[in-house]
Write a protein that binds this ligand. Structure first.
Ligand code: SF4
Ligand code: SF4
Length: 112
């Protein structure tokens, strides 16, 4: 599913807004990132590769969650604190690829 972007906004322009204007607000704070079961092991391996610890909590239905408040600064462990860039951008989880999936208040690239 393609993310819901302001009409005409390119992926490159959206990425700049996320890093420079919004400063990756959806990748930090009291939020959670949902992982699909098959994404958990690659996510852990990617964390190891960049030298961070990823705490993944399993739910009883087989889904998994990364709670940002389990990590330093309440940030997704994949978020570079210096640049607000996702350090696994090309292999980021599906939930990250799909967001924003609708007009979302506070999300500039969705028009919210
Ligand atoms: S909230 Fe929206 S504009 Fe801000 S970083 Fe996330 S996707 Fe980008
Ligand atoms: S994996 Fe990347 S895009 Fe997804 S929440 Fe973490 S830093 Fe943000």
């Amino acid at each position: 599913m393609a993310p819901h972007l302001i009409p005409g906004l390119t992926a490159e322009a959206a990425s700049r807004i996320c890093m420079e204007q919004c400063r990756a607000m959806c990748c930090q704070g009291p939020l959670v990132l949902a992982l699909q079961e098959h994404e958990v092991q690659p996510f852990r391996e990617q964390a190891t590769a960049i030298g961070v610890t990823a705490v993944v909590r399993w739910a009883s239905d087989g889904r998994a969650w990364v709670r940002f408040d389990d990590h330093p600064g309440w940030r997704c462990p994949m978020l570079d604190p210096a640049t607000n860039a996702c350090r696994i951008y090309d292999r980021r989880p599906q939930r990250c690829r799909d967001f924003p999936d609708e007009l979302t208040p506070g999300c500039a690239i969705s028009g919210g």
